[in-house]
Design a protein around this ligand. Structure first.
Ligand SMILES: Cc1cc2nc3c(=O)[nH]c(=O)nc-3n(C[C@H](O)[C@H](O)[C@H](O)COP(=O)(O)O)c2cc1C
Length: 276
């Protein structure tokens, strides 16, 4: 099979293929046709290289040049979590605002990000990159810049800022880091500037990171004030970040080792749902 970079091609082991049609049924673009001769692509250009056709095949008969069989990992049934375990896992994630001073190893951050990058993305576009800031002096400057920005909003009478005037005051009077909570790392998601779904994709990836962090003994918290300042292109802040050329910040979470363990699972507002 010879292909150029942009061409999409599937390769089917016809001895293994039972013509069950699963690959066609799961294809998001509906571009696989299965007949007596096996599966074939009817509009290869519409492929989003999601790898579903390869992953769903019960006989490992399908290969795909843009999402190869050799790169897909066998799902281990023994690692499947029960509904009870999943519920406790999801409910155990809390926003962490008290961190141990120690840094997280680069190896652990890479493990975290290697799961985060697997999050869903619009049209499987992916395109999320990460920037990990760990220099304590820079993080302090970032918090100071965000408070400067927040005070500018407060002084201009921006409506949503009202409840937060107290936070800026606390920062000024006590030095308590109301922005990054003294976290040893700030994890940013980035996307190509102008990517219309870059913000969404980045947030899904950071949500994966936030959830998986708990399994690595880590804690995180969305850095919402930082995000608002960054999203409004507050230049003093952007200068401190130094994002690579052509990339825009799409999300931010604090990261570190939690100082405390929570003993109880949270309750929220009652479920509000309609079935029609
Ligand atoms: C988009 C977003 C922005 C947030 N920004 C901040 C923030 O700037 N500072 C902070 O301490 N918590 C922030 N949070 C955390 C929320 O306050 C928290 O999720 C909420 O209180 C529920 O608590 P829990 O996450 O511990 O369950 C943010 C959460 C989200 C989803």
């Amino acid at each position: 099979m010879t292909t150029t970079k942009t061409e999409t091609a599937i390769q089917v082991d016809l001895a293994k293929c039972t013509r069950c049609g699963f690959c066609a049924e799961v294809c998001p673009s509906g571009i696989i046709r299965v007949d007596v001769n096996g599966p074939s692509l009817i509009a290869p250009k519409a492929c989003i290289k999601c790898g579903h056709c390869v992953a769903v095949c019960p006989h490992a008969a399908m290969d795909h040049n843009r999402n190869p069989l050799a790169k897909q990992v066998k799902r281990q049934a023994s690692l499947t979590v029960s509904a009870e375990m999943a519920e406790q896992f999801l409910r155990s994630r809390r926003s962490i605002r008290a961190y141990k001073p120690e840094k997280v190893s680069q190896e652990k951050i890479l493990r975290l990000l290697n799961v985060a990058r697997l999050a869903p993305s619009g049209g499987n576009s992916q395109g999320v990159s990460f920037l990990v800031l760990s220099d304590a002096a820079v993080l302090n400057q970032i918090s100071a810049a965000v408070v400067d920005w927040l005070e500018e909003q407060i002084n201009q009478g921006v409506a949503w800022t009202k409840p937060y005037a107290g936070m800026a005051k606390i920062y000024r009077e006590t030095g308590y880091d109301v922005v990054l909570r003294g976290a040893p790392h700030l994890l940013l998601s980035l996307a190509a500037t102008g990517n219309p779904i870059g913000r969404d994709n980045g947030r899904y990836a950071l949500t994966y990171a936030e959830l998986f962090a708990t399994s690595l003994g880590l804690g995180s918290c969305w850095a919402g004030f930082f995000e608002m300042a960054a999203f409004s292109n507050y230049q003093p802040l952007l200068d401190l970040i130094g994002a690579p050329e052509g990339k825009t910040i799409t999300g931010a979470i604090m990261l570190g080792v939690p100082k405390h363990q929570y003993q109880l699972l949270v309750e929220r507002n009652p479920l509000d749902v309609l079935f029609k």
